[in-house]
Write a protein that binds this ligand. Structure first.
Ligand code: NDP
Length: 325
């Protein structure tokens, strides 16, 4: 038996509980791992609380991220004792995920844990930090350098936003952080933000073209915030859109794209090919240090997961949660 958060939808409704699960119930897969650490992302919180239809089959173990030690392997890529890292690929949505002491997985979803990261470091980063890195890599590939000017990060106190602020700062960019929690300015300044913008300056309907300010943007929020960010991006600049915390809508016009040559990059982390994941994690392990992980994350245990998921959706959690098994 092993412990897992188990989500069920039955005559009692939608509910998540910490349960003892029989190993026989583990799903099919060619690699079985002892989960060493996992985390709670926004999507995990939606799955656990049932606030959005993230879970596609029941019962489900949530947890889109995990670091595990291989217990059994039928894959030529991994041996017993290897430490492996997983982000996304529908795990925690369609296939049992990381918020459990054990997991059985498809080896094609796994990469090796970078040697310089501990399991806790990697889960302090998780999908949030890995997505932030994918956003930054898209902006760099576009040719945005620190000399081009200020970079806006929206939803800055969240997991993706915190990492975007930290990574960009460490790479030498001037970061302006937009947040609905201006009382948390000290945290954002510690991560490197040079200026804090109140969320309200971006979240209301705005003009299709506004004063040019941003060389680039990492947007975790969507909706009017993304529209206003595009409308105030400088000629030839780039916007990396990865989130929908304000909304899935995009009430914009084509003006920033056809009159200022602004490029909007859509960033998906879930189905990203392995080569991109390895590259992103290599950069993360080189750019970030243990001090960064400590500044951005807090550790909880499996029995605190359900309460913490509700707090995360209520916007009460700063940075990242590591779940240590
Ligand atoms: P968090 O909950 O940690 O952070 C979201 C942040 O968004 C909050 O901290 C808050 O920042 C801001 N926010 C929340 N509600 C609103 C609102 N109504 N209007 C404006 N801002 C708001 O989530 P994550 O950082 O983990 O994820 C951020 C977004 O990115 C989510 O939408 C998530 O689904 C998405 N995502 C997408 C991925 C992909 O592959 N594309 C991967 C990972 C995440 P503040 O308090 O600073 O205002």
């Amino acid at each position: 038996m092993f412990k897992a958060i188990l989500i069920n939808k039955d005559e009692h409704g939608y509910h998540a509980v910490l349960s003892d699960v029989d190993e026989q119930q583990l799903p099919a897969g060619d690699v079985t791992v002892n989960v060493l650490a996992s985390t709670i992302n926004y999507k995990d919180a939606l799955a656990i609380t049932g606030k959005a239809p993230v879970v596609r089959s029941f019962p489900m173990v949530p947890g889109i991220d995990l670091v595990g030690e291989v217990l059994q392997s039928d894959s030529a890529r991994f041996n017993v004792g290897d430490k492996v890292l997983l982000n996304g690929f529908g795990v925690g949505e369609r296939h049992w995920g990381g918020l459990a002491q054990k997991a059985r997985l498809d080896s094609s979803w796994l990469i090796s844990l970078p040697a310089s990261l501990t399991p806790e470091n990697a889960m302090a980063v998780g999908t949030a930090g890995y997505t932030a890195m994918l956003c930054v890599l898209a902006l760099q590939k576009h040719g945005i350098t620190p000399q081009h000017g200020e970079v806006l990060v929206t939803g800055a106190n969240g997991g993706v936003g915190s990492y975007a602020v930290r990574i960009l700062t460490k790479l030498g960019y001037q970061v302006v952080a937009a947040t609905g929690r201006p009382d948390e300015s000290a945290y954002l300044k510690k991560l490197g933000a040079v200026e804090i913008l109140p969320r309200s300056q971006l979240s209301e309907p705005g003009k299709p073209l506004q004063k040019e300010r941003w060389a680039a943007v990492v947007d975790c929020v969507g909706s009017h915030t993304l529209a206003n960010a595009c409308a105030s991006t400088r000629y030839g600049g780039a916007v990396a859109a990865c989130g929908l915390a304000q909304g899935m809508d995009f009430p914009s016009s084509v003006a920033p794209f056809i009159l200022r040559g602004v490029t909007l990059y859509g960033i998906d982390s879930v189905m990203r090919p392995l080569a991109d994941r390895v590259q992103a994690w290599q950069h993360l392990s080189e750019i970030l240090s243990p001090e960064d992980f400590n500044a951005i994350s807090q550790v909880i245990s499996l029995d605190e997961v359900i309460d913490t998921a509700s707090a995360l959706l209520a916007g009460k959690i700063q940075g990242r949660i590591i779940v240590k098994m």
